[in-house]
Design a protein around this ligand. Structure first.
Ligand code: CA
Length: 228
């Protein structure tokens, strides 16, 4: 497995590479301190996953991500600075798979990389699959029916749309903006109260209280996780 780290801070680079060497020796780490070279390495090295810093000397990590997404679906974890909530939102909207906040614990970073890789491997379910099962929840996409604990859950079309989008993106944060634009269209972008109300109703119908499947990611959006 190959990891590309795009990061200009030599200290972080050192810590991350030592950490992989010790804990995950199969990983080949390639790195770049600039955005431009990072993009080039995505093409020439075909990494399995990218860890991407937002603050780079030649261009922002957002631009790097945007350019990568023109030609590659490779999973990307962005490194953001604590407190910069908007950076996370922006990164996720541009197609990042996850984020880690600096200063980070290297074990946390490793865990995130593993989680994203597992998710990517599992998500062969994306297009064709007509049925989704997760714990007590069963969704039949063809029939548009939902069952929980073998009982039919009656959802409104909007509730179904939200659940469908969440499940299709299981394991990753779906931003509020994305939910609102895909469910209601652009005109409802500002109306987060409306979204919250629907999420609340959906949780109630799915008996997901306190939430264990449909999690709130504060200031960002929501994440569907499979119940353990
Ligand atoms: Ca930096």
């Amino acid at each position: 497995m190959k990891v590309l780290l795009v990061e200009d801070d030599p200290q972080i680079l050192e810590v991350v590479s030592v950490c992989f060497k010790l804990r995950w020796p199969d990983v080949k780490l390639v790195f770049s301190a600039s955005g431009e070279k990072g993009i080039e390495l995505v093409e020439t090295e075909s990494p399995d996953i990218i860890i991407l810093d937002i603050g780079l000397p030649d261009m922002s990590g957002f631009e790097v991500l945007e350019q990568i997404r023109f030609f590659s679906d490779v999973p990307v974890i962005i490194l953001t600075v604590r407190g910069e909530e908007m950076d996370k939102v922006r990164g996720l909207e541009l197609g990042a798979d996850d984020y880690v906040t600096k200063p980070f614990n290297h074990m946390e970073l490793l865990a995130r990389v593993k989680a994203v890789m597992n998710r990517t491997r599992m998500s062969e379910f994306k297009g064709g699959e007509s049925r989704f099962t997760s714990g007590r929840l069963v969704i039949d996409f063809a029939a548009r029916t939902v069952a929980s604990n073998d009982e039919v859950v009656k959802l409104t079309p909007i509730e179904y749309k939200i659940l469908h989008l969440m499940v299709r993106n299981a394991g990753r944060v779906v931003t509020q903006r994305r939910l609102m634009s895909e469910v209601w269209g652009e005109s409802y972008l500002e109306n987060t109260d409306r979204l919250r109300t629907y999420i609340r109703r959906l949780r109630k119908k799915l008996k997901d209280n306190p939430p264990q499947m449909l999690l709130t990611e504060h200031g960002l959006g929501y994440k569907f996780v499979s119940p353990v």
